[in-house]
Design a protein around this ligand. Structure first.
Ligand code: ZN
Length: 158
């Protein structure tokens, strides 16, 4: 099933959250945009029918921003790709014209490579180390941005 906020495929159990009075099913990442249904239940009982209509009418489309983020297990992927080619860290460092110490830090996950280094690694191994995630800001006066199908694709390698 798909997440109703980011449109991405939900792995595992969907989380039911309440966003501005509506219950929706979202992925683990998007649950922070709403209040978990269990926590919301005590409030829901207090809302009278008239008030509920008001809440519904005030509902607006969240403002969606797409940002690129380095995937959490980037270091494992880089290490795996290097080992697959039987390269030493030295050889890998030379290929991308960076210091061996930097490679070590990256592979241990001690640091996130800066964008230009990331690009070099991506091109070298022909892999993707970033994913597009949506940052959603819920504001009642926010302009409506409808996501297109292309925006929904979440790039993620396991
Ligand atoms: Zn989501």
């Amino acid at each position: 099933m798909q997440c109703e906020v980011c449109g991405g495929e939900i792995r595992g159990k969907p989380v039911e959250v309440v966003v501005e009075g509506s219950e929706i099913k979202v992925c683990q990442k998007c649950k922070r945009f709403g209040m978990e249904v269990e926590k919301w239940k005590p409030y829901r009982r207090k809302i009278s029918p008239e008030k509920k209509t008001l809440v519904m009418r005030k509902r607006s489309t969240p403002k969606i921003e797409i940002i690129e983020e380095v995937i959490p297990d980037f270091n494992m992927i880089i290490k795996r790709e290097r080992e697959r080619r039987n390269w030493t860290q030295e050889k890998f460092a030379k290929k991308i014209n960076e210091k061996v110490s930097l490679i070590g830090k990256i592979e241990r996950g001690e640091m996130v490579p800066e964008p230009k280094v990331l690009k070099k690694i991506e091109q070298l191994f022909n892999i993707k180390l970033t994913e597009r995630i949506r940052d959603i800001e819920i504001s009642p006066k926010g302009k409506e941005i409808s996501p297109t199908l292309g925006d929904i694709a979440v790039i993620r390698k396991k």
